[in-house]
Design a protein around this ligand. Structure first.
Ligand SMILES: C[S@@+](CC[C@H](N)C(=O)[O-])C[C@H]1O[C@@H](n2cnc3c(N)ncnc32)[C@H](O)[C@@H]1O
Length: 250
């Protein structure tokens, strides 16, 4: 069956960004994290944007590598991605890439929309594709409490986003009943980290960003908001609605 990503034109995602942290701070905060990752991954011959979507981040990393592959199962979403990128219209689970050939894999806001049982398959694939010192970078929406939970999002009749939070059991049941819903699995940073380590990756760096409380400060001074965010990240305090993780093969 052809896969169609349930959040058409990223409508729900965009609305969520505005509500949570505001669009401008969201962009500046992500840019801070992207620059940090850029320094960490360096240059190389091949990288993969896994779950590339509309290619939002493809052009950021492409100039650092000789070749770029964008893996995306929903063909309609890749129409804006440039010609010099090799498009692979497939899920990560079914994609075929040469072993030990990849310098860097980016999985940005993808795993959270896939049932956790399949994460092991995806991480196994990444492990086999990466070179010995290759880097895996994951961005994900994290739990904002001390437990893991799932969120199911809908658009109501007035196109307003409704986010409903469920316990993990209830979340799984609802996903089984309807595979087309927009779902987001939110693990705590600790549990996410443990999962990645159990799948034979060594964590190089891991931190939060997009901090709700900085929304107001960013409206007064974006520079100050980013300085505070960097400091929170430096101290490894558990802030933010999103997290980044940089890892390599064990
Ligand atoms: C929230 S979007 C993120 C897009 C982009 N990476 C970004 O950060 O803007 C999630 C993307 O993951 C893709 N996706 C869903 N299941 C996937 C799978 N099994 N393998 C690869 N990509 C998948 C979706 O089609 C969608 O384009």
């Amino acid at each position: 069956m052809r896969y169609i990503y349930p959040d058409k034109d990223d409508k729900m995602t965009k609305e969520g960004i505005i509500q949570k942290v505001g669009e401008k701070y969201w962009d500046a905060s992500e840019r801070r994290v992207l620059n940090k990752i850029k320094k960490n991954v360096g240059k190389g011959s091949l990288w993969i944007d896994l779950g590339a979507g509309e290619g939002r981040l493809t052009s950021f990393f492409a100039p650092l590598f000789n070749k770029t592959y964008a893996i995306e199962p929903d063909k309609k979403r890749t129409s804006k991605i440039k010609q010099n990128v090799k498009l692979i219209n497939s899920s990560a689970e079914k994609a075929k890439i040469k072993k030990n050939s990849v310098d860097f894999i980016l999985i940005s806001h993808v795993l959270q929309h896939i049932p956790q049982e399949r994460w092991t398959i995806i991480l196994g694939k990444c492990k086999s594709w990466l070179k010995k010192e290759g880097k895996l970078v994951i961005f994900y929406a994290k739990s904002e409490s001390k437990k893991d939970y799932g969120v199911i999002s809908y658009l109501d009749s007035k196109n307003k986003i409704i986010d409903k939070e469920y316990s993990l059991d209830e979340f799984k049941k609802r996903l089984k009943k309807n595979k087309r819903i927009h779902s987001t699995l939110k693990l705590t940073q600790k549990n996410f980290r443990n999962f990645i380590q159990k799948n034979n990756f060594e964590i190089i760096d891991h931190g939060g960003y997009h901090i709700r409380n900085l929304k107001k400060i960013s409206k007064v001074s974006m520079k100050l908001a980013i300085i505070i965010e960097s400091f929170i990240d430096y101290l490894k305090l558990n802030g933010g609605v999103d997290a980044y993780l940089i890892a390599k093969k064990k």
